[in-house]
Write a protein that binds this ligand. Structure first.
Ligand code: ATP
Length: 590
């Protein structure tokens, strides 16, 4: 099913690359409903909307039946109440309320129908899991298992090592936490309860935000397991504080980022001994944790764990290399589970993907146009703009704030307290743009993100998929736009099997470039220098771009011009040397 894009996104806009968000149709009487109670569908309704229409039609029929019963019925008058007998006034009021609820519910039903795609038919209460876990699940509002949860639970409960692949936003966190908690709850009680109990479940996550989020999910599931505790150890917080927390509170489940965990292994008294209790090791975003950036830390951590343990690897992307090296962590006879059908895309069909090509000097004004269009279409907009590096993220956020967009920024140069606060705010907000580096690329579960924009080529295909996966979660619709400079087109080769289509060229608003230059002129020169250096560092090691150093000089100059600079900033000699660029003519150094 490649490249079939729902026509429900018409390209009838000024900026025609931006799909219009299908308007939620309220099921009050409207011209869309014929006198026969059928839904009149316009041309845009294709298979998906037709599916929704079925549900809507059901509601409409319900409405007319209900309307007949209570004396509504004139569709053209908006189901106004025909006042019959005055003694019926109270009843009428009640009925009207019910009718309103029914109609509001109609819209919700449509959404739920669409959202069901990631769920299986199996209910949690049909599974062999403890009452305490079931109560936690119920309180969390989960009734049916998602497909990946259904597929992995029996295997994990049998004690198998599992490598699991399932699309973004389909409930992988619960898929590994729930059975891990079940394994824990079956351990002899000597393993539980004491304040300095061994660590039994170790979950590793590549980013701090993700670790915090997994801990929050664990706490929901542990609500009725009073003697079991989950703690988090992540960078950017005080090591001593974490040491105290792990001493003072039950900590059978530890959720950690690799660097900080290694720090505890090396510096926290008694920690290694506690790790000897690990029965289940989880690598969330396993492909990321096993790539070169983390591999050493992971090997060091695994060396500190008992060999007799169960290991679970989860991710939305499992490239071949991961299958080849997963023996680093898992037993040979592990099971590979994928809920992504062979030959189908790893991205969601309900997320429309587009790319557009814009030279660097136009990218900010194109971004301005994309955001303005999107905001005008959807007052509940929630957008993530991904940038290549932390300092470029900071710069883009500053420009967008200067252009009066409602923006927050998140990247590794911010303190952890700030990151946690912004992350929390964005999770709960609507009408907000989050400009982010890859700290938000994987795993972070922000509900109802309407659009993901990626500026510049992502580090690889997997990162593209994970960033895109911040929208269209739990079966909802979403949009993704990848903005590339003309010389980044090579990246498209890596995603050519995905249904990503080219957008029509975008004409920025006249006058916008002038405003952007004004904003750029007000930005501190140091921020531009940092962005330039970071940009250079990123593309210097980017596949398909960084090899030709002479070309890189020109591209970096283009980037500095896009920030309104006449000449590129000078870099410290040692920085150029670290990047292997000190002998390349054309860079200015100090
Ligand atoms: N069975 C379920 N029913 C309803 N909602 C669920 C269920 N399981 C998980 N969820 C919710 O689905 C959302 C997505 O889950 P989660 O973040 O674990 O997805 P994921 O597959 O790990 O995504 P990613 O690949 O981006 O990390 C979360 O808000 C979670 O609370």
């Amino acid at each position: 099913m490649s490249a079939v894009l729902p026509k429900a996104f018409p390209s009838n806009l000024n900026c025609s690359h931006l799909p219009a968000k299908p308007k939620k149709k309220k099921l009050v009487a409207s011209p869309q409903v014929s006198t026969k109670g059928e839904l009149v569908m316009d041309e845009r309704d294709t298979s998906k909307s037709a599916r929704s229409a079925k549900v809507k039609r059901k509601r409409v029929n319900k409405e007319s039946t209900f309307a007949n019963t209570i004396g509504y019925g004139d569709e053209n008058t908006g189901f106004r109440v025909k006042k019959k007998e005055s003694k019926a006034a109270v009843v009428e009021k009640k009925e009207k309320k019910i009718a309103e609820e029914l109609f509001d519910g109609g819209e919700e039903t449509v959404l739920q129908e669409e959202e069901k795609s990631y769920l299986s038919d199996t209910r949690f209460d049909e599974c062999p899991i403890s009452q305490s876990s079931l109560k936690g699940i119920k309180d969390a509002g989960y009734v049916k298992m998602s497909k990946v949860q259904e597929a992995t639970l029996p295997l994990i409960l049998q004690g198998k090592d599992v490598l699991a692949k399932a699309k973004t936003g389909t409930g992988k966190t619960v898929a590994f936490l729930l059975p891990a908690i079940e394994v824990l709850s079956k351990l002899p009680s000597s393993n539980l309860g004491g304040k300095v109990s061994p660590i039994n479940v170790l979950v590793l996550c590549p980013t701090r935000e993700l670790a915090i989020q997994a801990a929050t999910e664990a706490k929901k599931l542990l609500k009725y397991h009073p003697s079991v505790g989950a703690q988090v150890v992540i960078g950017g917080t005080r090591l001593t504080q974490e040491q105290r927390n792990m001493q003072a509170n039950p900590c059978q489940i530890l959720i950690a980022t690799p660097g900080r965990l290694k720090d505890h292994i090396e510096n926290t008294t008694g920690f290694q001994a506690r790790l000897k209790g690990v029965k289940v090791l989880v690598l969330d975003e396993a492909d990321r944790l096993l790539d070169m950036g983390f591999r050493r830390d992971i090997e060091r951590i695994i060396a500190a764990l008992p060999k007799e343990r169960q290991t679970l690897l989860f991710s939305a992307t499992v490239p071949k290399e991961v299958k080849q090296i997963c023996h680093v962590a898992m037993r040979k006879d592990h099971e590979f589970v994928s809920t992504v059908e062979e030959g189908t895309e790893e991205t969601h069909a309900q997320v429309r993907q587009m790319y557009l090509i814009a030279p660097l000097e136009k990218q900010l004004s194109v971004l301005h146009r994309l955001l303005t269009e999107h905001i005008s279409q959807d007052s509940d907009y929630k957008v993530i703009v991904f940038c290549t590096t932390a300092m470029v993220t900071a710069l883009v956020a500053e420009v967008l704030a200067g252009l009066k967009f409602k923006v927050r920024e998140i990247h590794s140069r911010k303190t952890q307290a700030y990151r946690t606060r912004v992350s929390q705010e964005f999770r709960q907000s609507k009408g907000l743009i989050l400009v982010s580096s890859d700290v938000s690329a994987r795993g972070v579960d922000y509900p109802d993100v309407t659009l993901v924009i990626q500026i510049g080529m992502p580090s690889d295909r997997e990162q593209y998929i994970h960033r895109l996966g911040r929208t269209g979660r739990k079966g909802k619709e979403g949009q993704g736009i990848l903005m590339l400079a003309p010389w980044e087109i090579c990246f498209l080769n890596t995603v050519k099997d995905l249904p990503i289509t080219e957008a029509a060229p975008c004409q920025p608003d006249p006058g916008c470039q002038g405003k952007i230059l004004e904003v750029l002129a007000r930005i501190d020169m140091r921020n531009k220098e940092r962005a330039y250096q970071a940009w250079l560092g990123y593309y210097n090691s980017a596949k398909g771009v960084g090899q030709d150093k002479l070309r890189l000089v020109n591209l970096a100059t283009e980037f500095s011009e896009s920030m309104g600079l006449r000449e590129p900033p000078a870099l410290q000699r040692k920085v150029l040397s670290k990047m292997g660029l000190s002998k390349v003519p054309g860079f200015r150094s100090i």
